[in-house]
Design a protein around this ligand. Structure first.
Ligand code: AKB
Length: 316
């Protein structure tokens, strides 16, 4: 069995690659990235490849050479970076996905995972307890690629029988790889600045509430979805996936309990508008019913774990 993780150096990829190698053995999990250097841990842990998701031929060679049966296609530009470069976001997020799905079909790959996001929703979506099936009218290019990508995943399943699975991740919080260019990045940056400087200037207002999830839950949920029997998967676009929702101020208050003297200031910038277009909380009952999803970390437990681990990492 061979697994390919595309985007293995990103926020999700770094931890997912490690978890998959732990479960299936290092040599069975190929890590790939476009140009960022692999961290030592990934480089030493198993096979590594460099290719761009827009280079279909190179990707195909890698899939064939390693006899890949499962692909996790995580290469993506996030919401804020996507607004700076919408053309590149379209290409990487959508053409990259289409290339992956085509290669999967052509090379007999059995399963594909692709991440969608709460960014698939928009200002016209109900914001509280957002249903699985609802209005999808996002106003960012990132969101546009997520909606189109979800439909593409479903299309390849219906038309070609390709077993593509997906979740709509909320904002992800981790002490390992940092996020790059997302609207929910403040929920990670606050921990670094609290520990290093005792203060943080948050780029969304104190009352901004968004759905979030601690990375160990996200990794466990992703692997659980991919392990579920195909007949349990009733959603072939992308599953709503939720854990915790909190305001920026609630997060700051929790951090202050763990980092005495910490103060948070608020200076909303262009990302506020993106945050305001997304739901506050998500109804993920379909994922819970179909394949047994449940989160383990609440706000308090997540903050404690983040602060403990970051203090070690930052030697504080
Ligand atoms: C972002 O903020 O762009 C991402 C996401 C919610 O998909 N973290």
């Amino acid at each position: 069995m061979s697994i390919l993780v595309i985007g293995a150096v990103g926020q999700i990829g770094t931890e997912l690659t490690a978890a998959l190698r732990e479960k299936y053995g290092g040599n069975n999990v190929v890590a790939s990235t476009r140009k960022t250097a692999f961290p030592d841990e990934i480089l030493r842990g198993g096979p590594c490849e460099y290719f761009d998701v827009l280079d279909k031929e190179k990707m195909k060679q890698v899939v064939k050479r390693h006899g890949v049966e499962t692909i996790y296609q995580l290469a993506s530009l996030l919401s804020a970076t996507g607004e700076k470069n919408p053309d590149l976001a379209f290409d990487i997020n959508l053409i990259g996905l289409k290339n992956t799905l085509d290669i999967a079909r052509e090379c007999g790959v059995k399963k594909v995972f692709w991440p969608s996001s709460i960014a698939a929703f928009g200002p016209t979506t109900p914001r509280e307890n957002t249903p699985q099936r609802t209005v999808l009218e996002p106003t960012t290019m990132y969101g546009v690629t997520k909606v189109a990508g979800e439909l593409l995943c479903q299309y390849y399943f219906l038309k070609y029988g390709l077993d593509v699975r997906s979740v709509r991740y909320p904002g992800l919080i981790s002490h390992k790889a940092e996020p790059g260019g997302g609207t929910t990045d403040y929920a990670v940056a606050i921990f670094y600045d609290a520990i290093m400087h005792g203060k943080y200037t948050c780029f969304v207002g104190p009352n901004t509430v968004l759905p979030m999830m601690y990375m160990p839950d996200a990794i466990r949920g992703t692997m659980q979805l991919m392990d579920a029997p195909a007949e349990k998967i009733s959603v072939r676009t992308s599953y709503n996936l939720a854990a915790i929702s909190f305001s920026a101020q609630e997060l700051a208050e929790e951090v202050a309990k763990l980092v005495p003297g910490f103060v948070c200031h608020y200076q909303p910038d262009h990302r506020q508008k993106i945050a305001d277009s997304w739901p506050k909380s998500i109804d993920d009952s379909q994922a819970r019913k179909d394949w047994g999803w449940r989160h383990e970390y609440d706000l308090k437990r997540m903050c404690k774990d983040m602060v403990e681990n970051l203090k070690k990492k930052l030697k504080k």
